[in-house]
Design a protein around this ligand. Structure first.
Ligand code: HEM
Length: 326
């Protein structure tokens, strides 16, 4: 018996070691370090999406999600929403005319006291099929001792890692938004709706501005100052609320769930999940929120996307640091 166990453990050892190596390969803290190398050390602020603005509103769910998910998010009641719009990257002074993603985080406070987070970008895809590929890309962007980025190295890395390419192409061909309220935001990862009977349906969410998308013109990109997005939103909210429709793109059985650099085919069924109405912005209501996208209400589950999985630790480290003034 003992020798049988010994044999089994010898057989399993390489697999166990390999799985530990893979998970030990890239850690949340590796990203915190590289963000700092890229953007400098900024105490007390988010280590990713450092520049942003808080907003408050509510969410009124549609009836369309009910057959798919038992989540109380879709039970029909109006739900309080804490929102934060942001610029990607760890620079709190990021240039808002730059061809980089904008982000949105929303924390829904459910009637039973639980919370449900979503956090997405203005690009439908992520620059890397897994955390390793994304981390490698970020490392090539770190300036050398003379403060210069080696762009030949960056483009070689992109060629060697084609999954970094789709987001780059998207950003090149879509001007950045003129306002946080006039952009479409994508959840990027796949998630699952789970109904009362435990039946699962894969989906990706997106947030569509009711007023329509309005990108900056090329002239505006040259002429605008580096900071205008928070002011624009505040101005807009003086006269009216800002609205977005939250939608779900329903996946087919063969649609991939573990690669955020790929988008599903365009012909997938899209359902409305409800209407988000924003009424005010510019306070500190989101400062102490961690929009960890794996904090979900019962009735919605994360997929096997390795990038989605890694986000929780990176966000927790950043959250701990910034709340303690680091
Ligand atoms: C390996 C992949 C990623 C890493 C390491 C990472 C890391 C981070 C970190 C450290 C923060 C700051 C968190 C805080 O202090 O509260 C952050 C914020 C954010 N990230 Fe990511 N992220 C990753 C992928 C993504 C993806 C795939 C998306 C979109 C689907 C995304 C969207 C956002 C947004 C919108 C915020 C701002 C949330 C807020 O306003 O607090 N991130 N990220």
């Amino acid at each position: 018996m003992i020798s049988k166990l010994k044999k089994l453990s010898i057989l399993l050892l390489p697999a166990i070691m390999q799985s530990q190596m893979v998970s030990a390969e890239v850690q949340g803290n590796d990203f915190i370090q590289v963000f700092e190398q890229l953007s400098g050390k900024h105490l007390g602020v988010r280590k990713g999406h450092a520049k942003g603005v808080c907003a408050l509103g509510d969410f009124i769910p549609s009836q369309e999600a009910m057959p798919y998910s038992s989540s109380r998010l879709f039970s029909g009641q109006k739900i309080k929403a804490n929102i934060r719009f942001s610029m990607a990257g760890g620079n709190p002074f990021a240039d808002e005319t730059a061809r980089s993603p904008r982000g949105v985080g929303i924390q829904f406070s459910l009637p039973d006291g639980s919370i449900h987070n979503i956090a997405g970008l203005t690009t439908p895809v992520f620059p890397g099929k897994d955390p390793q590929t994304f981390l490698g890309l970020l490392k090539t962007l770190v300036p050398n001792e003379q403060g210069k980025v080696d762009f030949a190295k960056v483009s070689q890395y992109r060629q060697d890692h084609p999954s970094t390419q789709a987001q780059f192409n998207w950003l090149r061909t879509h001007n950045p938004p003129s306002s946080y309220s006039r952009a479409q935001y994508f959840g990027i990862h796949a998630f699952y709706f789970v109904d009362e009977a435990g039946h699962k349906t894969k989906f990706k969410w997106r947030l569509v501005p009711v007023a329509g998308e309005l990108p900056l013109t090329s002239k505006q990109m040259e002429q605008l100052p580096p900071t205008f997005l928070a002011d624009n939103l505040k101005q807009e909210l003086i006269t009216d609320s800002v609205q977005f429709e939250l939608q779900a793109i329903i996946g087919h059985d063969d649609d991939v769930t573990d690669d955020p650099s790929l988008f599903w085919p365009k012909d997938r069924l899209i359902i409305s999940l409800g209407l988000l109405t924003i009424n005010q912005s510019g306070d500190s209501s989101c400062d102490e929120i961690n929009y960890d996208p794996n904090v979900l209400s019962k009735g919605v589950e994360p997929s096997d996307d390795p990038v989605l999985k890694l986000r929780s630790t990176a966000y927790a480290i950043s959250f701990g640091k910034r709340l303690s003034g680091n």
